[in-house]
Design a protein around this ligand. Structure first.
Ligand code: ARG
Length: 570
């Protein structure tokens, strides 16, 4: 049950007006508080305390209210009835939504022939959590992996391979797609081509021109280039799948990127031409997306580059067109690095002006950078920009060290899931938009606001439940709650509200912090409320086991929404 929602609706109904209800962290004076009497006093022609006293009388009539009282200048404190808490604290279920939305989420968006960098970590973690949360809240969410599989890098890579293996048949205009070619590419090596080629293109104009020419011909369907592309594409898609598995993110609903979007370019171009939106500029075709009220520079959106090739801009607009046709979403949300903000502002404007998709149904969530302790983008020990695998490896090492120090023995799989939880939880804990410092040692601590602490708490509850497995316990209609049990159940009843508000505010940190608060209350309960000890009577034991079950299910749900996995031991 969403306690806050229930209580506030019932109070509004009872009093006949909408009150502003708060749930103070410190519950010494009540579980909820309202300043309603102070707000309404004037219009009611009464003194705040006088009105508060009247309202308190009415509130006491509500069956879930144990007590209501006036405090200070006219605040009202409300305490919830223990029986009501006991009977209504249940584990969260998949929510029903009376106004579900279709939401397209664009995240991941990995690139062909480029190893995943640290930036892909945040888009994957945050995007995946929003996907899970959107679904949990009863929406229809589709995840789109807008793979970079069509643009400039393809030209550079093919040009690079041509330069080093000029005799391969792919480069001939008469390439025969049916003739076998004896040529294999290794993944590690493939990942070096793009950086090398783009560095070379910066110094060597002829190479740059060649890459652009190849890109244009490739996009026009040159059979040799295409066959070569298919070869490295397969390697990259495999690598992406491994990453998805390694990160434990939900499989993408669509692995359709730039290349797929390119199929819709002609349709979109027709719309743009109909609306007179395309014009020529320095040999390129562009769209003017400026507005009269702009006070920052707003460069034109690049429809075709000067060689007539498709661009990141054009395929992104075509992708919107495709999604509109495929899912007809109520919203499209993009998760990328903050530095792409201008691109998305341009895209949203172009889509809006062309009538393809309205501006106000787009959203771009730009995330900040993962830094080292020097405040600069995180680097590995040898001074290179860290890749996604480097980050995960470092977290793995840190967990392994801790586990060895503690004298425990955990298998590799467990260590990996703890390390992944450490990285993901820490990411979700930070405001999406802000930068944060990556400290492998701090995030893998088994205490404090960390992923391992959350998992440890869940493992602890599971181990209690495993011990009593199968045993039936009579859960009584009534049970006398002590303060630790009560606090825990109230937190459990705040789950739904937290998730709703985390989604509305696009704030994953609310989920992470909720999980931490819940874990703390669970551990306090665990320490203060023995369950299996001999002196515990049956009724108390059954009651506490029920609490353990509900708490475990609630924590497990939060853990799942964050994309973490509970190990069987820790
Ligand atoms: N592939 C791009 C990158 O790695 C991100 C693409 C984001 N999505 C989009 N529809 N533009 O930077």
């Amino acid at each position: 049950m969403n306690l806050y929602k229930y209580v506030s609706e019932k109070i509004n109904e009872k009093l006949g007006f909408n009150v502003n209800l708060e749930s103070p962290r410190n519950r010494e004076f009540g579980d909820f508080a309202t300043n309603a009497a102070m707000v309404m006093a004037k219009s009611a022609g009464k003194k705040p305390r006088e009105l508060a006293t009247e309202l308190v009388e009415k509130l006491r009539e509500l069956d879930f209210v144990a007590d209501a009282s006036v405090a200070g200048p006219g605040f009202i404190n409300i305490k919830i009835n223990d029986d009501f808490i006991w009977q209504n604290a249940t584990a969260p279920k998949q929510m029903e939504n009376t106004a579900p939305q279709i939401i397209d989420l664009d995240y991941g968006a990995y690139n062909v022939a480029k190893s995943l960098h640290i930036g892909h970590l945040r888009t994957s973690i945050v995007g995946d959590t929003f996907n899970r949360v959107a679904k949990f809240l009863g929406n229809t969410a589709y995840s789109w992996n807008h793979i970079g599989d069509w643009g400039k890098p393809m030209g550079l890579i093919i040009a690079w391979i041509e330069r080093h293996n000029p005799d391969l048949p792919y480069f001939s205009d008469n390439f025969d797609p049916n003739a076998p070619v004896d040529y294999e590419i290794d993944e590690k090596e493939l990942n070096t081509y793009y950086p090398a080629a783009s560095a070379l293109a910066k110094q060597d104009d002829a190479f740059q021109a060649r890459a652009q020419e190849i890109k244009a011909k490739f996009q026009d369907g040159h059979p040799g280039y295409f066959a070569l592309y298919e070869k490295f594409l397969a390697i990259s898609l495999d690598a992406m799948n491994n990453t998805v598995k390694r990160l434990n993110i939900l499989p993408f609903d669509y692995d359709l990127g730039e290349r797929n979007a390119a199929k819709y370019l002609d349709d979109v171009e027709e719309i743009l031409r109909d609306k007179n939106m395309i014009y020529e500029s320095d040999g390129a075709l562009v769209i003017n997306v400026k507005r009269d009220d702009d006070n920052a520079p707003m460069p034109p959106y690049m429809w075709r580059d000067s060689r007539g090739a498709d661009t990141y801009d054009s395929t992104d607009l075509a992708a919107v067109y495709c999604r509109k046709k495929t899912d007809n979403p109520d919203k499209i949300i993009y998760f990328t690095d903050l530095r792409q903000s201008l691109h998305f502002e341009q895209l949203f404007r172009a889509a809006d002006m062309s009538g393809i998709f309205p501006y106000d149904k787009f959203e771009h969530i730009g995330y900040g950078t993962i830094n080292g302790s020097d405040g600069k983008p995180f680097k590995t020990r040898d001074g290179n920009a860290a890749g996604l695998d480097d980050i995960l490896d470092m977290a793995n090492d840190a967990v392994r060290e801790r586990v060895a120090e503690s004298g425990k023995e955990l298998d590799d799989e467990t260590i990996q899931s703890i390390a992944l939880a450490a990285v993901k939880f820490n990411d979700l804990l930070h405001d999406v938009r802000s930068d944060y410092v990556f400290d492998p040692s701090a995030i893998t601590s088994f205490e404090g606001r960390t992923g391992p602490y959350i998992l440890y708490t869940a493992v602890r509850l599971n181990s209690i439940l495993n011990k009593v497995q199968g045993a039936e316990f009579d859960v009584q209609k009534e049970y006398k709650l002590n303060a630790d049990e009560r606090n825990l159940l109230i937190q459990i009843m705040d789950f739904e509200r937290t998730i709703l508000s985390a989604f509305e505010n696009r704030a994953t940190d609310m989920i992470a912090n909720y999980a931490y608060d819940l874990a703390q209350l669970i551990n306090t309960f665990y320490h203060n409320c023995p369950i299996m000890r001999d002196d515990i009577d049956d009724e108390t034991r059954a009651g506490r086991l029920h609490i353990v079950r509900v708490a475990r299910d609630t924590l497990a749900r939060a853990i799942d929404l964050m994309g973490l996995q509970i190990p069987s031991e820790m």
